[in-house]
Design a protein around this ligand. Structure first.
Ligand SMILES: [Zn+2]
Length: 444
């Protein structure tokens, strides 16, 4: 079987008269092979926990090095850099057209915003979707494609945009979500990289800085270059950039997030069928009393993806967006890696596009539902209070200190339970033994 696949793929490549310039290689998953690939800064492309293997994109020379470690190669598939994904996947121009078309069809429900420009001057678009009600609303933020070759991710984001806008008038559930939530979506973030992926190199991942590119998702300032979770080599696929937030894309994202103050976020990547939550550096985790991990596990179960931190599931990551979102803006943030190793970066559009977007809907829908679940929400005068300290009843120390938003609003997601909640600032107000059950509670 192995030999047949190998011969077949060589034939396919030579018939198209493209030279093979690397290959996707599949190994039985062991810690030693994972660490070897990682320590040599090779391009680990995905992992499969159900079938217990790991994949990397390697040159002949790199494959020779790995084989010398007596690693068991299960599969190698030559990959021409010139052969791109199916043409139905979207490019930056089609994303811009899509956004403008949605806005012209649903002008009351949507607003579109250029949040900044890429290195090459492309406009980075975001779309705001919200219902007409005047209720106090929480912000849910979704983005696709930090990495240029992950072409399924804008399919997820555009499907979500299409789903929510087209059903607001007819679907009670969608109406309820949008009347209680402001949804912001950046459907495609790494526009220059994606353009290069279509025109030069189908395996391109980074932006296009100086030809070598920077991995935008290792360029955020939180924990930048602290735990071998990125590379300092310009050729590496996870090159972190010359300094924290050196890239205009990173800066645009940071300014945008600061302006919208999300409660939850999802950053879509591919592939591995996993849900990742902070932190990226071993052995750091979010406090067990906070809801980040339990909601991440529930999110994973909705779409049958494995949940965990990146260092548990893949490897250390430093300078990634979710650590920054959590640490700087108290967002509860997730990375979702869509598709498995059997689909890879460029699955057949006709076979996998609809299957993948449909499978992922219960994930983002769950977070829209969870905004109305156990939590406290309100709006208060900022000159009275600046922080909300949350502790277990009678405990001397808070497990979470929530900074109230610049407009006085707050929405703290909690696990169901009983808490002492203290509003602190120029005044103090303490609510003891507040029971948080299955519903959001509006206080103040
Ligand atoms: Zn990615």
């Amino acid at each position: 079987m192995f030999r047949w696949i190998f011969i077949f793929s060589l034939l396919a490549v030579s018939m198209n008269s493209f030279a093979s310039e690397g290959m996707i290689v599949r190994f039985k998953l062991t810690n030693s092979i994972r660490d070897y690939l990682r320590n040599n800064e090779f391009d680990i492309t995905g992992i499969n926990y159900k079938e217990n293997h790991i994949e990397a994109f390697l040159t002949e020379e790199q494959l020779g090095m790995v084989k010398s470690q007596k690693a068991h190669v299960e599969f190698s598939f030559p990959q021409s850099l010139a052969l791109g994904p199916d043409k139905e996947y979207k490019n930056p121009e089609e994303i811009e057209e899509f956004i403008k078309d949605i806005h012209s069809r649903f002008p009351e429900l949507t607003e579109i915003k250029e949040i900044g420009q890429t290195l090459e001057g492309r406009k980075i678009w975001a779309i705001k979707i919200t219902g007409e009600s005047e209720k106090m609303k929480s912000v849910f933020f979704v983005n696709g494609m930090h990495h240029a070759r992950e072409v399924m991710t804008p399919e997820i984001t555009t499907d979500m945009i299409e789903y929510l806008t087209s059903r607001y008038g007819s679907d009670e559930k969608v109406k309820s979500w949008l009347d209680n939530t402001v949804v912001w979506v950046i459907p495609m973030f790494n526009l220059d990289g994606n353009n290069k992926m279509w025109n030069e190199n189908s395996m391109w991942r980074k932006n296009t800085r100086n030809g070598h590119g920077v991995d935008i998702n290792r360029n955020y300032p939180t924990a930048w270059n602290t735990c071998k979770g990125s590379s300092g080599s310009t050729w590496a696929q996870d090159y972190r950039g010359a300094s924290p937030a050196s890239e205009p894309e990173t800066q645009a994202m940071m300014n945008f997030v600061a302006s919208i103050k999300p409660v939850f976020s999802i950053s879509y990547h591919s592939y591995s069928e996993i849900v990742i939550y902070p932190f990226g550096c071993s052995p750091k985790r979010t406090p067990a009393l906070e809801a980040v991990e339990t909601i991440g596990a529930e999110l994973g179960s909705k779409i049958d993806y494995q949940p965990g931190t990146s260092w548990e599931l893949l490897y250390n990551v430093d300078g990634g967006d979710i650590d920054w979102l959590y640490s700087e803006h108290q967002v509860i943030p997730y990375v979702i890696e869509v598709n498995s190793t059997n689909e890879g970066f460029h699955p057949s559009y006709s076979k996998w596009r609809d299957v993948t977007v449909t499978r992922n809907r219960p994930g983002w829908m769950y977070l829209l539902d969870r905004l109305q679940g156990p939590s406290i929400q309100g709006k208060i005068a900022l000159n009275d209070y600046s922080t909300i300290a949350i502790s277990l009843p009678g405990a001397s120390k808070a497990f979470q200190n929530y900074k109230i938003n610049p407009d006085g609003s707050f929405h703290v997601i909690l696990k169901p339970g009983t808490y002492d909640i203290s509003f602190l600032g120029n005044k103090t107000k303490v609510m003891t033994n507040l029971k948080i059950d299955s519903k959001k509670q509006i206080i103040f």
